[in-house]
Write a protein that binds this ligand. Structure first.
Ligand SMILES: [Zn+2]
Length: 244
């Protein structure tokens, strides 16, 4: 008697049935695997995008504690420098940069003596062996029409000048205030810039007495804007050092 295909090849028939049943789920498994791999790659890429910088920066909020710095219409220099330093720390860390603050509140960890105060800040800078030290201050003047930022530099090192130029450009690019340029600290020696052994600048953020600067320096939005400008300068400076 002539057998049909199923009767003559029962094992082959079972194998074909199994394949028909299993094929869609195997296909799905591979498809899922591909999707999760793409998602994983995407996640890794996103992490790399977020933290594409490295390096270490010391941010020095000028004055603090016993020393208010310049005061105008109830606004104190020490509060402005601290607010911008804290904002700068947050946004630099988001980029993967390590940040050390010389103070993170109104409290200062040194005695109320001006010389000791600056030496303590320099010690933090030199112990840190960071890539850069940025001291934040505000200027003051009797004429309220005077506005603008300026950067004090010790020209004894190319890195000091490079740091200053990058920060200057960062601030110019956000269109914040008048650029008063780089100033040679030799014309008016600044203890911090003499004692610091890592690339350092003293940034006068603007005039606390200036009719335009004051509004920016004392508003949250303005402080964020200034911090963004400094951040971009720091990132470009670190880029020039480490070739990211
Ligand atoms: Zn100051």
């Amino acid at each position: 008697m002539r057998k049909n295909y199923i009767e003559s090849h029962p094992i082959a028939f079972i194998m074909i049935c199994l394949c028909l049943v299993l094929f869609p789920s195997i296909k799905d498994t591979f498809a899922m695997d591909k999707t999760s791999k793409t998602l994983l790659q995407h996640r890794v890429l996103k992490q790399e995008e977020v933290k594409k910088y490295s390096g270490h920066v010391v941010i020095d909020a000028g004055h603090g504690g016993y020393d208010g710095g310049s005061v105008y219409q109830g606004h104190k220099e020490k509060d402005i420098t601290l607010a911008i330093a804290l904002k700068l720390k947050t946004i630099l860390e988001e980029e993967g940069v390590q940040v050390t603050l010389t103070r993170n509140s109104n409290h200062v960890s040194w005695s109320d003596d001006n010389v000791e105060d600056l030496s303590a800040r320099s010690k933090i800078a030199n112990d840190s062996q960071a890539d850069a030290f940025i001291s934040l201050h505000t200027n003051s003047y009797y004429d309220t029409n005077i506005n603008g930022s300026e950067i004090w530099v010790n020209y004894n090192s190319d890195q000091n000048v490079s740091l200053a130029k990058h920060i200057q450009k960062g601030l110019q690019d956000i269109g914040y205030t008048y650029d008063r340029g780089l100033k040679d600290q030799a014309t008016s020696p600044l203890q911090l810039l003499v004692e610091n052994k890592i690339p350092s600048i003293l940034l006068e953020l603007g005039f606390i007495t200036g009719n335009k600067d004051l509004q920016v320096l004392t508003s949250t939005k303005g402080q964020e804007q200034v911090a963004q400008g400094i951040k971009q300068g720091v990132l470009n400076y670190l880029k020039s050092l480490h070739n990211f």
